[in-house]
Design a protein around this ligand. Sequence first.
Ligand code: 4AD
Ligand code: MG
Length: 437
Amino acid sequence: MNHVRIADLAACLGQEITIKGWLYNARSSGKLLFLEVRDGSGIVQAVVAKNAVSEEVWNQAAALTQESSVMVTGTPREHPKRPGVYELDVRELDIVQLAHDYPITPKEHGIEFLMDHRHLWLRSKRQHAILRVRHEVIRAVRDFLDNDGFILADTPVLTPAACEGTTTLFELDYFDDGKAYLTQSGQLYNEATAAAFGKVYCFGPTFRAEKSKTRRHLTEFWMVEPEVAYATLDDMMTLAERFLSFIVARVLERRKEELKLLERDVTKLEAVTPPFPRLAYDEAVKMLRAAHAEGALDHDFEWGGDFGAPDETYLAQQFDRPVIVHRYPAQVKAFYMEEDPERPEVALCLDVLAPEGYGEIIGGGQRMQSYDKLVQRIADHNLPREAFEWYLDLRKYGSVPHAGFGMGIERCVAWLCGLEHVRETIPFPRMLYRLRP
Ligand code: 4AD
Ligand code: MG
């Protein structure tokens, strides 16, 4: 038997081949059975004609239930009325396993039910489309960075210290060393590899014990983090806009079908080209205060605070592409941020806010270069100095200006797919109230 994947059917028109998959859906019309078979690469309609198959094959086809595993042998041909769509005229059919009462039926299910059955829900068309976009985003991320001279240098998942504040650490016992933490970001290690290789990135799972139940927060998410030696905040703004524009263009080019299935308005994504608007935090605060004065925002915003989701949404709505907000007050940012030499109270940092209310998808900036100032920051943030000695070494032995950022894959995918919530952008999401399946 000649096994062919559904995606490759066009190359075997007129030849007898076998599809190995699962029954997605079926309908009958008298002496014809229409079986929608999926195999992960696509879905094909297999047509069983009563007068063209043995009685046994006919009976087996009629007995097939949703998600039964099945091998179908027949001859592919182009659909008579839909060019580019293929059907299979069935001759033979082997049931591998008959499924009983598949829980996810074509009727509507509540989100909790679907999340409880995530291991099966992944088989549906919509989830399939989203996860293919995710794969494309990850491929684009790698292609962009690999072609731009970056070296992939993996960073550890088990770490002795916090990178992004001590309130969201997942802690575990680590033999005689005492406590270890799941990494919140590979950045600190990226700074070490950047001093070794110049331009590096890490890409892996990161963890935050976020107690907030929002549309944007997972407790386990994947982050890609480029880091560049001899680079400044301005360099990161340029890198971020080139990087994001490349990813968006790639997904628009290669995942048209998926975006269509998701009913994504792609005109909004087509606008995502450099340059992105750049907005100093101070300017952003003025805009928020003016919006409040006009009644467009409920609360008044004070200089010095961090933006909440409504603030980010309002700011992003003022632009047709992602907006880069830079120079936040140092007090709302992590300990490692470089200060603006002209105004030490603000940090040389950037956040990229996605359009359409998707919020911050990139965060980063320039890193503190001075040994003495970094020692002071570690003390000011009540961080254990001994866990950071190695990190301080980077400022003792050839310290240079350097900068980087991190992009959360799930937030990026949620935005590109136009999803309500990040939970569908990863095969098995981990959230405050969700550890299963
Ligand atoms: O802004 P964050 O916290 O930045 C860092 O971790 C830096 N150390 C990165 C760096 O400079 N190398 O997180 C970066 C991005 C956010 O913009 C967001 O896209 C994503 O990571 N992110 C989350 N995504 C899903 N769930 C969460 N709980 C997230 N927290 C951050
Ligand atoms: Mg951030």
